[in-house]
Write a new protein. Structure first.
Length: 357
């Protein structure tokens, strides 16, 4: 990834996208605008690169808005919207369907992030499925918008976008993995809307179909589905059901990559379930294992990304949750306070202030 962001031989758009993946949004926007300048100087009639440069600049500005103080976020959002709208004027469904949908979804995401569901739906109105324009990439982009709408409590609008995403999925699917990936996104969306039972059912389908593939990609999807299912079962208090699903995720992970972290989430929820069921002796070594790995990940993120990065914040919250699950609230409190401070450094004052247990 580092080579993609530093090598002069790397395409500017690829470099900007790599910077976005690393959370370096301001730098990504600068590089994307350099790509826009280069595309404007291109004497060919192909506008694909210009549209992609503008779309990438819009993504960077939009993500920057999401991590900024409230007083600064509006300007970032408006800049992102301008990039996307300019890109929209240069493309169409007939020219490049996938790119056109991505641009429309980029505009819709801005509205969804700002809790403007009606405007988000309006940005997607023109997108419709036909035998010639079904696309997995386009479908995934719509699911991303649906997820954001769901996070803001706009479940009805999210369901409309999700149905549009289903209609755009190729029939038959481009590959079994494409279909499974798509249904995984649907499960995430259902959970975001609070529809945990439906999400758990979707994940059971994904788990069965992934294991049937008997491929490395299928194994990874099966581990992710099983781990996610343990989380939903734990959230609903179905602790007895957590145990076999979590153990399956751990077994699949050990078979595929014993050093991998794909089943860490399942291990954490297995420990929690055993603890809740009073099986403390079984839970203790699992909590120790999860806590050690969480601390290692937190240290790594602090060193690589800094104290105020969103991933560091999430790692602090995750470690604190492991401690709280063991009734070690006094140890968890400083981590929660540190997480609170990091968000205030990024987003400005947050009220009400964090209080003790």
């Amino acid at each position: 990834m580092k080579e993609l962001t530093t090598s002069p031989e790397v395409d500017l758009i690829v470099r900007a996208q790599a910077l976005i993946a690393q959370g370096q949004y301001a730098e990504a926007e600068k590089v994307a605008l350099q790509a826009r300048g280069a595309a404007l100087g291109d004497t060919s009639k192909d506008l694909t690169k210009l549209v992609e440069a503008l779309r990438t600049a819009g993504r960077a500005a939009r993500e920057l808005a999401g991590e900024s103080h409230e007083k600064d976020s509006a300007a970032h959002y408006e800049r992102a919207k301008t990039y996307f709208e300019t890109a929209h004027s240069l493309t169409s469904a007939g020219k490049n369907f996938d790119q056109w949908v991505l641009v429309n979804c980029g505009i819709a995401l801005i509205h969804a992030m700002r809790n403007q569901p009606a405007a988000a739906l309006e940005a997607l109105n023109a997108i419709s499925a036909s035998p010639s324009n079904r696309s997995t990439n386009a479908s995934y982009s719509l699911v991303e918008v649906a997820q954001m709408l769901g996070r803001h409590g706009n479940g009805r609008q999210a369901a409309q976008v999700l149905e549009k995403a289903r209609q755009l999925l190729p029939v038959p699917p481009e590959s079994p993995v494409d279909l499974i990936n798509h249904r995984y996104y649907i499960a995430q969306n259902l959970r975001a809307q609070g529809l945990r039972t439906q999400a758990a059912q979707e994940l059971q389908y994904i788990l069965d179909e992934s294991r049937a593939l008997a491929t490395p990609a299928g194994d990874s999807l099966a581990i992710a589905a099983a781990s996610f299912r343990t989380q939903i079962l734990a959230e609903t208090g179905s602790y007895l059901e957590v145990i076999p699903v979590a153990k399956l995720a751990i077994q699949l992970n050990n078979n595929a990559d014993p050093t991998g972290d794909l089943a860490l989430n399942a291990t954490q929820h297995l420990a929690l379930a055993l603890h809740k069921l009073g099986r403390l002796a079984e839970a203790a070594p699992l909590f120790t294992q999860v806590e050690q790995r969480c601390r290692e990940m937190l240290t790594h993120l602090q060193q690589q990304l800094g104290e105020d990065h969103l991933q560091t914040y999430n790692a602090l919250i995750n470690l604190a949750s492991v401690l709280v699950a063991q009734s070690r609230r006094a140890e968890a409190l400083p981590l929660l306070q540190q997480a609170h401070a990091s968000r205030e450094n990024t987003l400005g004052p947050i009220t009400p202030p964090l209080s003790g247990p």
